[in-house]
Write a protein that binds this ligand. Structure first.
Ligand code: HEM
Length: 441
């Protein structure tokens, strides 16, 4: 018996493959408790069928360890067809093998500490502009505002465009995002088809910006400027075609996930005044310098704990996809070659064997005295060779906004609103977070 045949003697995990073709895709897209219900019914490894493929969901630190330490051996990144098509073949999340490795190194140049420190003044001034706007608005839905805020920051820092959310680009982006996790039906009127049209418009716009930049004497100090000059090990530059897909990915990743995480921060602190007051006290006790600096932002241990807990409690990315490239076995189950694996961030963060009362929002679980953590048990940014490239950028932007909010402003939730989370494709409250916003006296 060969090693592979031996492995196949184990059963595939329990679960339901659902209807032919469509499988359980609709429940997956509509039911935010899809994984929770099946986790309770079948345990931490179960099968389903989503986006046209048999898929095994894997939950918990051991499962994550198994996936992250066997990338390239048993697993390779493979997102659903809709996501792959809309991100484009040259996007980092879609690239695999040596190309992925070399591109990751190249793109990482835009997220080095020196580049990050250089982003702080822009983040601060753009945050101030939005804070002033919200102060004037007083009562409003915060989530759409935070979407514009993160989009404008991403567009400014990545391609030098400061008010993109007010242009057609903002609209195209929204429609494009709406198609990322859908059935890839190229039929008039489907979300996927609309998103494809918007992808083309976005790429055209990005190409115009790249071409203009190529004709300038100075490439510019944003991420595009850095990437236009960046070279791989062989001295090659990124082609315009590839640059377009990579920039689109950065704009998406730098905006969608961050909107969800800053919204979660604003919501959770309004619901937990004790945490808000403690975080504010830390700001008041700091030796403040104006303007904000990268160095000063490192000196806020309690705020670090709060942001860490926000990302545990409401992780913007619920999980990520892999393809099984060689049949293997995990916990007595066969993972057959060609099937999809989806590791579960959100469910892992709710694991009672890792966290005390995981269903409670409590930043103290990450205090130096407690440090409730376990390898591969905290993974808002994924792990291993595919770990989020923009992790430090994301933490920085969350921190800039959090710091400025805590120092100067206060906010409370309006009554009678639906705060239940919906996921599209990242979580946010159904009524879009209605708040009263004011300057502190
Ligand atoms: C990958 C989460 C912000 C760029 C990932 C992955 C996760 C994640 C879980 C891993 C997916 C996998 O295992 O396949 C988040 C969260 C964010 C955030 C929670 C905000 C709170 C950002 C930002 C950027 C970014 C700001 C860049 C501007 C990327 C890229 C990848 C990635 C390029 C693909 C990495 C690769 O495949 O090698 N992110 N992300 N992310 N993220 Fe983020």
């Amino acid at each position: 018996m060969t090693a592979t045949q031996e492995k196949q003697t184990h059963p595939t995990p329990p679960g339901n493959l659902g209807l032919p073709l469509i499988g359980e895709t609709l429940s997956f897209l509509r039911d935010k408790d899809f994984a929770k219900k099946r986790h309770q019914k079948y345990g931490s490894v179960f099968k389903t069928n989503i986006f046209g493929r048999p898929t095994i969901m894997m939950i918990g630190s051991e499962a994550n360890r198994f996936i992250f330490t066997n990338e390239k051996k048993y697993f390779e990144s493979k997102w659903p067809a809709s996501t792959r098509t809309l991100l484009g073949p040259d996007a980092l999340s879609i690239q695999t093998g040596d190309i992925h490795k070399s591109r990751r190194k190249l793109l990482a140049q835009a997220f080095q500490p020196r580049a990050l420190a250089g982003y702080v003044p822009t983040m601060e001034s753009m945050t101030r502009r939005y804070l002033q706007k919200w102060e004037q608005q007083k009562t409003f839905a915060w989530y759409p505002e935070l979407r514009k805020y993160t989009f404008d920051i991403a567009c400014k820092l990545f391609i030098g465009d400061e008010t993109a959310s007010e242009s057609s680009m903002g609209e195209w982006f929204e429609t494009w995002c709406g198609g990322l996790f859908t059935l890839p039906l190229r039929l008039p009127g489907t979300k996927f088809n609309q998103a494809l049209n918007c992808r083309q418009k976005l790429l055209n716009q990005i190409e115009t910006i790249i071409r203009q930049r190529q004709h300038q004497a100075e490439p510019g100090e944003d991420a595009l400027g850095l990437l236009l000059q960046a070279e791989d090990e062989d001295g090659n530059h990124l082609s315009v075609e590839e640059l377009k897909d990579q920039i689109l990915t950065l704009l998406f990743a730098g905006h969608e996930t961050l909107t969800s995480s800053v919204t979660a921060f604003c919501l959770l602190l309004a619901q937990h005044r004790d945490v808000l007051e403690k975080a504010r006290l830390e700001q008041q006790q700091l030796q403040r310098t104006e303007p904000l600096s990268f160095e000063q932002l490192k000196l806020m241990p309690y705020l670090d704990q709060v942001l860490k807990e926000v990302l545990r409690f409401i992780p913007p990315v619920g999980g990520a996809f892999r393809e099984v490239i060689e049949t293997c076995e995990f916990n007595g189950y066969t993972l057959p070659k060609g099937w999809t694996v989806l590791y579960q961030i959100k469910r892992t963060h709710q694991d009672h064997s890792i966290y005390n009362e995981p269903e409670k929002f409590n930043p103290d679980r990450f205090s130096p005295e407690r440090t409730e953590e376990k390898p591969y048990g905290y993974l808002p940014f994924g792990g291993g060779m595919r770990e989020c490239l923009g992790k430090e950028f994301a933490k920085l932007e969350m921190k800039v906004l959090a710091t400025m909010l805590l120092r100067e402003f206060d906010w409370e939730l309006l009554p009678n609103q639906n705060l239940e989370m919906t996921i599209s494709p990242t979580p946010y409250p159904k009524d879009e977070l209605l708040v009263n916003f004011k300057r502190l006296n």
